[in-house]
Design a protein around this ligand. Structure first.
Ligand SMILES: Cc1ncc(COP(=O)(O)O)c(C=O)c1O
Length: 416
């Protein structure tokens, strides 16, 4: 009799994992306060709750200034533009990330240069920076991905040597720290997202953090239709990228919970890792000891398809059938993404074999809600993984609609 749930066996897990986002009376109170005040928008900028949230979130991450924004994509755009990146300026970005990391550079008139990630941790590989550098390079935009932060020591040193700006994409890194310093405070600026799935959420939302008074002034003008809100002489044609007071009220409540949630996720992640120890062919992305605090947005595994003789997407489909949410192509190699039909000549690509392997063959992304509850939850997730590994032969040569439905085949992607 076949054992795997995808082949008709009994699933390991039939009860749902904790749902996300979470809220309680603190969000209710904040929202109703804003509603009753009639002061709803982000204007005048910075508005009351927006300013309070920006200051508190910046302080938590060890940054001097925070500029609360409408979402994470525009927060990156603001940071890029405030750093003076414009027409024709090249910005080195990791190839393995969400498309809007690079989109924000294009929206700013810049040229994203895709460089590979490191094979153990999936963050921008500092060893690729030399090859990516050109006369037109102006900035590096590392992404703290999944559960890891990029090597900010090596990236910072390279940037200093070549007079480049560093803008951190911290969309996955709420509360994380590197050598004791908060994400978003290590480069010239950092941009966070508060979109629905993120570790703090207001449905949508974003923030720019910086320690630079000049960047703070520029971002504050750019976000506010060009109006100067903090003094100074910088003038520009601006956007309306302001956060509403409703978003800020929710985020103030979410911020109060961040520490306890970060600790619970870390505890469960360590337990998850210990439950997976010794499972051949399955590894957790490596942890750099300089990362003093992890923000676990997704628990990311490396699946060895060659070892198992079964494609990663079949493993992911089998895991979902066992009742554990998981994704394979969570991100594309951005330059191959159907969401990134940028015209040739508007970006540059270095060879990115690690990003392509991660995206199409190796990575398994398990969302953080699996780690938000009891130890028992991660034990179930690990039991499902072990079960599939023990019965991997049931997946050899097996075709299932949930595997085929994953989208384009790799061959198709490579011709995009
Ligand atoms: C790595 C990364 N960068 C940027 C963003 C953009 O954030 P948002 O969806 O809030 O625009 C996201 C989230 O979607 C992300 O995961």
């Amino acid at each position: 009799m076949l054992k795997l749930a995808i082949r008709g066996g009994t699933p390991v897990r039939t009860t749902p994992f904790p749902s996300w986002p979470v809220w309680d009376d603190a969000e209710r109170r904040g929202l109703s306060e804003v509603l009753e005040s009639g002061n709803w928008g982000g204007f005048p900028f910075p508005n009351t709750k927006g300013a309070e949230f920006a200051a508190r979130f910046a302080a938590v991450h060890g940054a001097k200034y925070g500029i609360a924004a409408a979402n994470g994509t525009v927060a990156i755009e603001l940071a890029v533009q405030a750093a003076g990146i414009g027409a024709g300026d090249e910005v080195i970005v990791p190839a393995y990330t969400w498309d809007s990391t690079a989109g924000a550079v294009l929206f700013s008139g810049g040229v994203p240069v895709f460089a590979d990630v490191d094979p153990e941790r999936y963050c921008l590989d500092p060893a690729q920076l030399d090859a990516a550098l050109s006369q037109r390079t102006r900035a590096i935009l590392p992404v703290h991905l999944g559960m890891n932060m990029a090597d900010m020591d090596a990236i910072g040193a390279f940037a200093a040597k070549h007079s480049l700006a560093v803008i951190e994409d911290c969309a996955h890194a709420h509360g994380a720290s590197w050598n004791g310093r908060g994400a978003g405070s290590l480069g010239d600026a950092g941009a966070f997202s508060f979109q629905s799935s993120k570790l703090m959420s207001a449905g949508e939302g974003g923030i720019v953090l910086t320690n630079s008074a000049a960047l703070h002034e520029r971002a504050s003008v750019l976000i506010n239709c060009g109006r100067s809100a903090v003094g100074g002489n910088f003038r520009a044609i601006g956007h309306n990228y302001r956060m509403t007071e409703f978003q800020a009220a929710v985020l103030l409540a979410q911020l109060d919970r961040l520490d306890a949630q970060t600790e619970r996720r870390e505890k469960n992640a360590l337990h998850f890792e210990s439950c997976l120890a010794g499972v051949e062919g399955i590894r957790v992305v490596a942890r750099d000891p300089r990362q003093t605090r992890r923000a676990i947005y997704h628990f990311v595994l490396r699946y060895d398809a060659a070892h198992f003789g079964v494609p990663r997407d079949a493993f992911v489909a089998a895991l979902a059938a066992e009742g554990v949410p998981a994704e394979g192509v969570f991100y594309e190699a951005v330059y191959r993404s159907p969401l990134f039909p940028a015209a040739p000549g508007t970006f540059r690509v270095l060879p990115c074999p690690v990003s392509e392997r991660a995206a199409y063959e190796e990575s398994v992304w398990i969302p953080h809600n699996v780690l938000e509850g009891r130890t028992r939850d991660v034990e179930d997730a690990a039991a499902a993984i072990r079960k599939i590994v023990d019965h991997i032969s049931e997946l050899r040569g097996f075709e299932h609609p949930s595997i085929a439905e994953k989208g384009m085949s790799r061959a198709e992607r490579l011709t995009v």
